[in-house]
Ligand binder design. Structure first.
Ligand SMILES: Nc1nc2c(c(=O)[nH]1)N[C@H]1C(S)=C(S)[C@@H](COP(=O)(O)O)O[C@H]1N2
Ligand SMILES: [Mo]
Length: 330
């Protein structure tokens, strides 16, 4: 029988491209009886929900949403439906399933929210997110998001350029890289009780990548504040890189001298590199990266398109990698 009205959550993908396969296999080997993930995590979720932390974004952040500046980014792209972008997510702190983040993240307390700024910079310390964002005007940028699992979406983000924020902390000449960390709080993020990833989730960029005008710090999408499942209250968006670089719910920014360790490349260095630039000519060891499924799409209408170098942002970012062997530095 043909099912014509597919739900967003039916965007099922072939198991071979799942980032979590590696984790499941590892988890399986770790737990003698193979009783993995599931059970314990579910109990924690309901505990977290009972504590009931209602979403209460600060009023000053909300008021900056009244004057969002439009930009020319992504004007030619067809924006993915809101319900797809908010129900088909990777946010392992809430579980490995695509609908887990939506189903389990509602009690995450996102205000007040502070970010600890550390390392090689003149201005370090703990800053309120409001104070970091307040000094800037919010922009809307429509960016393509290409997951390493070979699906993609088009999302209208709201936020500020990453460079504009980082510059305010006055990184020193020793700041060659910048490192980011997600909140670690297993009470609110039940996925952190399970093994698999080494929590907290960590990401990093070379400082020139971080200062590239395309690098974006998002506090919203579709004209409003970020839903929790998309990384509230603040996340990176790096559209020329695979989605896993776009770290969610950031609580730490550290300027460092040497290349930092990052979650996915620590877990499986031969599968996920530090750079993780979208590159159709470098396959993942377990699947091709030549094409992607632009969501929404499903079994009947897979909507497969060709993947472009740097996800189509070659003009903006190719110079960052001039002379580098991108097969080696994947
Ligand atoms: N902290 C954290 N950030 C994360 C992830 C995660 O599991 N934890 N998943 C990454 C992956 S694999 C992708 S594809 C994107 C998905 O972003 P979206 O759910 O907003 O589409 O978030 C990235 N950021
Ligand atoms: Mo991803």
């Amino acid at each position: 029988m043909l099912i014509l009205n597919k739900k967003a959550s039916d965007c099922s993908e072939s198991e071979v491209t799942d980032q979590s396969i590696y984790l499941n296999r590892r988890q399986f080997m770790k737990t003698t009886a193979g009783v993995a993930l599931g059970v314990g995590a579910i109990g924690q979720v309901s505990a977290a929900l009972q504590e009931g932390n209602p979403l209460s974004p600060s009023s000053s952040l909300v008021s900056s949403f009244q004057n969002i500046v439009e930009t020319s980014y992504g004007k030619g792209d067809k924006v993915s439906p809101f319900n797809v972008a908010t129900s088909y997510n990777n946010f392992y702190e809430f579980g490995y399933g695509k609908s887990d983040p939506k189903d389990r993240s509602s009690s995450l307390k996102t205000a007040p929210w502070t970010i600890s700024v550390e390392g090689e910079a003149e201005r370090t310390g703990v800053f309120d997110l409001d104070d970091i964002i307040n000094e800037s005007v919010l922009e809307e940028r429509i960016y393509r998001l290409r997951c390493v699992e070979a699906w993609s979406m088009v999302i209208p983000w709201v936020g500020v350029s990453l460079a504009s924020v980082l510059k305010r902390f006055q990184p020193t000449s020793k700041a060659k890289y910048v490192y980011f960390e997600t909140l670690y709080d297993p009470k609110q993020m039940p996925g952190q009780l399970g093994g698999g990833l080494d929590w907290p989730y960590r990401e990093g960029l070379r400082i020139d990548e971080a200062m590239n005008p395309l690098a974006f710090l998002a506090v919203g999408m579709y004209g409003s504040i970020l839903p929790n499942q998309n990384g509230a209250p603040v996340r990176l968006v790096l559209p020329w890189k695979y989605g896993f670089k776009s770290i969610k719910s950031i609580v730490k920014i550290r300027f460092v001298e040497t290349m930092p360790e990052t979650t996915w490349s620590m877990l499986a260095p031969s599968e996920y590199g530090f750079y993780a630039n979208v590159n159709p000519s470098v396959d993942h060891p377990r699947w091709s990266q030549q094409q992607e499924r632009r969501l929404p799409g499903g079994v009947l209408f897979p909507n497969v398109i060709e993947t472009k170098m740097f996800n189509g942002y070659e003009e903006e970012v190719a110079s960052l990698y001039a002379g580098m062997d991108l097969k080696r530095f994947y």
